[in-house]
Ligand binder design. Structure first.
Ligand SMILES: Cc1cc2nc3c(=O)[nH]c(=O)nc-3n(C[C@H](O)[C@H](O)[C@H](O)COP(=O)(O)OP(=O)(O)OC[C@H]3O[C@@H](n4cnc5c(N)ncnc54)[C@H](O)[C@@H]3O)c2cc1C
Length: 265
């Protein structure tokens, strides 16, 4: 299997406005953003390209107020990159663009309402008319060619899995295992007609939860993608290590760490 194609973009800071807030479930809130900076725009003598997100698991950085001080510290736009001030430091969190429609000029981001943190706190209070700054994506990994696809993720990876299922061809052989903290986190998904979508109850302290879902390692030719809590992803990586898999067919990502804010080590 060849490595999936990548596209790189100049990193652009954009100021957008919240134009809709929709609860997809009691656990997941969709924030819809719009504004002239989603299109190509000029600022401070620089030309910036329009927003693009062609990969299913693209990620963008959201820039948020420090919940302790209320200060919003933003990176400074450079040539195709952002400079990060140290004082006060920038508070940023990674999220998945869950659909961008250039025709309507709307970008959706789906937030897990987990009840903590600058991003979780922002999503809990968000209202139409508020501003949100974001940067990226820096790189998109485009859909890989594969005989079949295995997608595994918890609720934070549900936006990426939903993108995968929408982008795959209608005749794709795909299995998605989605781990949810309560039954009401289940949402409707648009997927290829033969897709196997399995929802599993999940206790986020259970590091073996993902590993148990694939007792036998999938055959070569299956593209394996997973995103979720660090310990579960680490266990999954250990489970797959040593199997006869091509590294280009496996993509596992830590999306969050239990008991630890993003960026803390
Ligand atoms: C590439 C990538 C894409 C992502 N896409 C999305 C997305 O589209 N939607 C989404 O909701 N998340 C997504 N995430 C996960 C999100 O970035 C993390 O959950 C992040 O920690 C949230 O920041 P916060 O400010 O809310 O909490 P933090 O300040 O980072 O953490 C505060 C506390 O909350 C806990 N916590 C963080 N996330 C969760 C959670 N999901 N459930 C329970 N406790 C949690 C931490 O363990 C910590 O104790 C993505 C992460 C990555 C790396």
């Amino acid at each position: 299997m060849t490595a999936p194609e990548k596209r790189r973009f100049p990193i652009t800071l954009r100021a957008l406005e919240v134009v809709a807030v929709t609860d997809l479930s009691p656990r997941m809130r969709r924030v819809t953003l719009a504004g002239p900076q989603l299109s190509a725009f000029e600022a401070d003598g620089r030309s910036h390209p329009g927003f693009e997100s062609p990969g299913p698991d693209d990620h963008i950085k959201l820039f948020l107020r420090d919940p302790d001080t209320g200060v919003l510290s933003l990176p400074v736009q450079g040539d195709g990159r952002l400079h990060w001030p140290q004082d006060p430091p920038v508070v940023s969190r990674e999220y998945t663009p869950r659909g961008f429609d250039p025709a309507s000029g709307q970008l959706h981001i789906d937030f897990v309402l987990h009840g903590h943190g600058p991003a979780g706190g922002w999503a809990a209070q968000v209202q139409v008319g508020q501003q949100l700054h974001l940067g990226g994506p820096r790189v998109s990994v485009l859909l890989p060619q594969a005989d079949s696809y295995l997608l595994i993720g918890d609720e934070t990876a549900l936006p990426a899995i939903a993108n995968w299922l929408e982008m795959l061809p209608e005749d794709a052989a795909v299995t998605a295992h989605i781990l949810i903290g309560s039954p009401d986190a289940q949402i409707p998904l648009t997927a290829p007609k033969a897709a196997q979508i399995q929802w599993h109850p999940y206790d986020e302290t259970d590091a073996e939860a993902m590993t148990r879902l694939i007792p036998s390692v999938p055959p070569r030719g299956t593209y394996i993608w997973a995103g979720g809590e660090r310990a579960a992803i680490t266990a999954l990586r250990a489970h797959l290590d040593g199997a006869d898999l091509d590294p280009d067919q496996v993509d596992l990502s830590n999306y969050w760490t239990l008991g630890q804010a993003a960026g803390e080590d």
